[in-house]
Design a protein around this ligand. Structure first.
Ligand code: CU
Length: 350
C-alpha cells in the first residue's frame, strides 16, 4: 500500500503524534538524569566491597545476605558459577563481573526502510468483532473489519511499523548502561548510539542518541534503557502492532539527525531495540517471531522532538516523498547486516 491520500496521511500524522506526545512530556528529565549519572562514583564499588564479604563462603549465605548490600549484586550476575565461590578467582573475576550494566551492539550491511502501512491484526491478540480482546491496547475504532464483519483485517491508520519496505544498507552502533530498572527522573541509565543508512531518496541519513528519557509517559521506559525484557504484542510496552519479542537492549532518548553529512535537526526523539528477529528471510513480519535465534535491530524516530520551550510536534526531515507527494514524517529502519551483541548472557549462552 504505497499510495496514501491526503486524508490517510493526516490520520497517520495524528496517530503518530498521539503516541509521541506523551514521550515528549518527559524529555526534559533526560538532562537531569545524565548530570546525576556523571556525578556518581564508580558504580562497581558497592559490588566489589560486597564480594569480599566472608559471608560469600558461608552456606547460610542466602539468609545472611537479605540484610546486606550483597543481595543487590547477587541478583545481577553469574553467582551460580562455581568459580565465583573461590577467593582467588573471585578477586580476579571482579573486573569482569562488576554490575556495570554495560551492553553493546552493532550492525553493518543489509537494512530495511519502512514506509507507512496498515498493519494486519492478529486474531490471537485482538480477537474478533464479536469477541474483541486487548481493547485497551488498540481501541475498537482503530480496527477495520472484513466485509461481513466476522474478522478484523488491519489497523485503521497506517503505522510506522510496516511490511511495506525497501531494501537499503546501513551501519549501527550502540553502547548502553542499564543501572536503573524502573522509571525514575534520576535514572543512572546511559546510551550512546550512532546509526547511518541510505534513504529511499538516496541520501545518507545519520541518527545519534546521547541522552535517555528516564520516565515513560504511556508505559515504562525502564529508566531510559531496558535490558532483557519482553516488549510489544500484549505486553503494554510499545505498540501492539509489533509482535511480542524478547529485547536484549531497548532505549528511548534524544539525539540528532544528519542528512548527507549536514546536521539538520537536534533533540529528536529516538527509540531503539536490539531483539530476537521478528522478520523472516524476506524481511516480512507475521504474527510470531520468525527467527528467535537471530538478532534484529530497529530504530524509530516519531514525528516529535524536544525544544527549549518544551516538547513539540515535528515531522522528521526524512527527505523521502511518499506517492501522494507528502514527505514521510517518521523514520523506521531495521538493521540485519553483520549483527553483533556484546555483554548479554542470554544471547551468549544461545
Ligand atoms: Cu520497539
Amino acid at each position: 500500500m504505497k499510495i496514501l491520500n491526503e486524508t490517510r496521511l493526516g490520520a497517520l500524522k495524528i496517530a503518530l503524534l498521539t503516541g509521541a506526545a506523551g514521550v515528549l512530556a518527559s524529555f526534559a528529565m533526560a538532562n537531569v538524569a545524565l548530570a546525576h549519572a556523571t556525578a556518581k562514583p564508580d558504580d562497581g564499588m558497592k559490588m566489589e566491597d560486597g564480594m569480599k564479604d566472608d559471608a560469600m563462603k558461608d552456606d547460610a549465605m542466602a539468609s545472611d545476605m537479605k540484610d546486606d548490600e550483597m543481595s543487590d549484586g547477587m541478583k545481577d550476575d553469574d553467582m551460580a558459577d562455581d568459580d565465583m565461590m573461590d577467593d582467588d578467582k573471585m578477586d580476579d573475576g571482579m573486573e569482569m563481573k562488576v554490575p556495570t550494566g554495560k551492553m553493546s551492539a552493532s550492525a553493518d550491511g543489509v537494512a530495511i526502510w519502512q514506509f507507512p502501512d496498515r498493519r494486519e491484526l492478529d486474531p490471537a491478540l485482538f480477537g474478533t468483532p464479536d469477541a474483541p480482546i486487548n481493547v485497551d491496547l488498540l481501541p475498537l475504532e482503530n480496527r477495520l473489519t472484513n466485509a461481513d464483519g466476522s474478522a478484523y483485517t488491519t489497523a485503521k491508520n497506517p503505522a510506522m511499523f510496516s511490511n511495506n519496505i525497501e531494501m537499503t544498507t546501513g551501519t549501527f552502533n550502540i553502547e548502553v548502561k542499564d543501572l536503573t530498572a524502573k522509571d525514575n527522573p534520576n535514572s543512572l541509565d546511559e546510551v550512546k548510539m550512532d546509526a547511518s543508512f541510505v534513504s529511499p531518496a538516496g541520501q545518507t541519513i545519520r541518527v545519534t542518541m546521547d541522552r535517555v528519557i528516564p520516565v515513560g509517559p504511556d508505559h515504562p521506559f525502564f529508566g531510559g534503557v531496558g535490558t532483557n525484557v519482553l516488549m510489544h504484542g500484549a505486553t503494554g510496552i510499545g505498540t501492539p502492532l509489533v509482535v511480542e519479542e524478547f529485547s536484549y537492549i531497548t532505549a528511548w532518548g534524544l539525539g540528532d539527525i544528519y542528512v548527507d553529512g549536514e546536521k539538520v535537526d537536534s533533540n529528536r526523539i529516538v527509540h531503539v531495540m536490539v531483539s530476537e528477529r521478528t522478520r523472516d528471510a524476506d524481511y516480512q513480519v507475521g504474527f510470531d517471531v520468525a527467527q528467535p535465534d537471530q538478532l534484529e535491530i530497529h530504530l524509530a524516530l516519531p514525528p516529535a522532538k524536544g525544544s527549549p520551550d518544551g516538547p513539540m510536534a515535528s515531522p522528521v526531515p526524512t527527505g523521502v516523498t511518499l506517492p501522494n507527494g507528502n514527505d514521510q514524517p517518521f523514520i523506521h529502519v531495521n538493521f540485519y547486516g553483520n549483527l553483533t551483541l556484546e555483554g548479554n548472557r542470554f544471547y551468549t549462552a544461545m
